[in-house]
Design a protein around this ligand. Sequence first.
Ligand code: NAP
Length: 311
Amino acid sequence: MSSNSNPIKLGIVGVGKIVRDQHLPALAKDRDYRLVAAASRHGKVDGIANFPDIEAMLDAVPELEAVSLCMPPQFRYDAARTALEAKKHVFLEKPPGATVSEVEDLKALAAANGVSLFASWHSRYAPAVEAARDFLGSTTIRSAAINWKEDVRRWHPNQDWIWAPGGFGVFDPGINALSIATHILPAMFITSAVLDFPENRAAPIAAHIAFRTSNGLPVAMELDWRQTGPQSWDILAETDNGAMVLSGGGSKLAVDGRVVHDEPEAEYPMLYRRFAEIVRAGVSDVDLAPLQHVADAFMLGRRNMVEAFFD
Ligand code: NAP
């Protein structure tokens, strides 16, 4: 498939915040794709065919080659299965599913149907992530810390699904941190975790996690959704070549206070470039390491009840 002259015919499913904020602007500029249809119970995309669900969209637009599934993770598996069985390539928003095993199942289904599955991790495409990976790969790491602290009322107002089972709570942003950490740090695993659950919610509002790497390095992770004022999305590392700070969700890299990388972000254009690449190569890209850590935190974590949360 050549770019431009033969764009991938794409359908988008679950038209909500992330579709409007990122997918539509990225696709509008991307000549590798032609967005031809959308499926959503309420949301609509102007200028293309809209359908109430993925089945209706696939029936009416058989020439679709790929779909992006952007509904919350609890509601994604059936749509992904339907698309893969219809031999469409599938782009999964993060997190790729509500359980590790359902995504493993989709990976096998994609292979069986000869199509590509992409478990997208947008934060991995933040501008300074590769530079941080190169820096850490060139030195000896002594310890690392992940601090992801934001105001849930500001970033996720009235998103009930995020507080429901399978919605991940504070791990919805926290998994972005893990998608970077698992790309730039040595392999690690959780040794202890405390998850703070509001007494009226089924998902945590904060988490305090200790990891160690296989060679014994400590990695501490603090997630908190009650952060008002300055927000922090930082990964820090003490190394033999200085103190590294990857801040702004992977957008800016500093070593010993000196900024070494700071570029504008282009996460979604890069995600779509990667999706086109795997479609053309006839492969899948499904790294479940970030999702596995979240599953492990829920498996190993002690539950601590905290005050009720109201939007
Ligand atoms: P959202 O706006 O709350 O949901 C997206 C759309 O999914 C909704 O508009 C809704 O469309 C559909 N939906 C909701 N509940 C559904 C259900 N029970 N069954 C089927 N469809 C349902 O959420 P979002 O913020 O866009 O997030 C969606 C995904 O993108 C999440 O996995 C999130 O982690 C990820 N993401 C979000 C952001 C962000 O900044 N918001 C950033 C990166 C990634 P209809 O009602 O029209 O069906």
